[in-house]
Design a protein around this ligand. Structure first.
Ligand code: ZN
Length: 97
């Protein structure tokens, strides 16, 4: 299957399709992970950064609401446990005090 001119190893920019090199004849470790040309890379990175920031903000919203609800429930539980503690302490005092 492998051709002698390593055509399968040609890498092109995923954005503008510019030829980047051939990872069999060029710098294998550099080219194998190269996705974009020098012109497109900063543009794509900037897009990805903005996209992930937006998604992070979106993803955090329901998490914040869930955490707030959990905090309110925990606070209520704490209040009840403090009351129970007081009752038990009084009971211990009455029995063994
Ligand atoms: Zn490009």
């Amino acid at each position: 299957m492998a051709s002698t001119n390593y055509e399968y190893a040609n890498k092109f920019c995923r954005r503008c399709n510019k030829y980047l090199g051939n990872y069999m004849t060029g710098d294998y470790y550099k080219l194998i992970r190269l996705k974009y040309c020098d012109d497109c890379r900063p543009v794509v990175q900037n897009e990805q950064k903005r996209f992930s920031k937006k998604n992070l903000h979106k993803a955090r919203k329901p998490l914040c609401a869930a955490l707030l609800e959990r905090a309110i429930i925990t606070e209520e539980e704490n209040k009840l446990l403090r009351q129970k503690n007081k009752i038990l302490a009084a009971e211990v005092e009455r029995l063994y005090g």
